[in-house]
Design a protein around this ligand. Sequence first.
Ligand code: PLP
Length: 397
Amino acid sequence: MRSVDKSVKELLSGEGKNIPLFKVFMPESILEPLGKVLMSGYIGEGPRVEEFEHQLGELWFDNNNVLAVNNGTAALQLALRLAGVGHNDEVISTAMTCSATNEPIMAMGAKIIWADIDPWTANIDPEDVARKITPKTKAIMCVHWGGYPCDLDELNAIAAKHKIKLIEDACHSFGSTYQGKPIGSHSDFACFSFQAIKHMTTIDGGALVCKSEADCEKGRLLRWYGIDRKSKRKDLRCEADIIEYGYKFHMNDVTATIGLEQLKYVADTIKKHQANATIYNEAFSDLKTVRPLRYKDNRRSAYWLYTMRVKDRCKFMEHMKKMGITVSQVHARNDMHTMFKDFRAELPGVDEFISEQISIPVGWWLTDEDLTTIVNAVVEYDHSCCATIQEISNPSS
Ligand SMILES: Cc1ncc(COP(=O)(O)O)c(C=O)c1O
């Protein structure tokens, strides 16, 4: 059997001496319900999926139009389909994200129009979005970088004005809030991911949350080949007439069982991420060469990531590595990928952000000792950097 690359193992599982950037949360209490469902004789989409959707809607989204799907990318593609995005339509999106945000736009045969970002939040800039609307625009895609919500009032106002749809890629932001209300309750569509290293995982999984019940009902058909699972059938296996083609995007009862168990813990997980971020915000507020992103008070990040801007990032990365702390830029700017070459645009906000951005560990797994190590390492970097800058500008002193 091929052995897993050691550095990947270290990064993702926390094995080895480094403080990991990500870690899979998997409580042992999962084993009993998982064993039961595996041996139950029913492992497809069934009552566990329905219960998972119900709990997500009631406890987390303040919205019961929830469709559990097999990953966040599927949720995004389903949202684009429901938004009516098709061949040669335009979708305004952000380059500062996981490529999984934008690949589904390509899959629909649509064109991506990049809008710039705010270089101090990494979120899409509503003013640039407004400038880029054309008669061909069908949807706006926004991403809540690291969990920090975008300017949803402004984006929803643009979408309403032009009668187009706003799709939130909320794959970083389970548990974030905007104007006191949970992400998932604001726009036409919000798409979540429960892949391995998110606040909660179903191994792979996702959810599409729709504003309208009609979209949700249509999405329910499309996530399973366009087939109405509840319709009366003449034969056990043969479905009634299929009106529109669909996908195989549904969640199954095994992964939903994992999700139901994870839901018992996720509030504490998010609290821990937020508490760790508060420690960093205070510790780094006066630093000169390492600066936290600039967040407003009317929204709260669930801090899947803690991203900062640093001077001389390569040096910072080397320093953190030496201190045994894993850091990463997490996502590459999407617009430079060959697959998106037809959509190139000037994006000064992305240029500015990408030159300095870095994420440090912030998650539930950090001990008090880890937090002290990280804070000290960052502060030490800043002090050494400031001393160098001073030496360069005042060589004689
Ligand atoms: C911003 C963003 N969008 C979409 C996705 C895709 O989610 P999934 O891996 O569940 O398909 C991810 C995955 O990490 C993501 O970070």
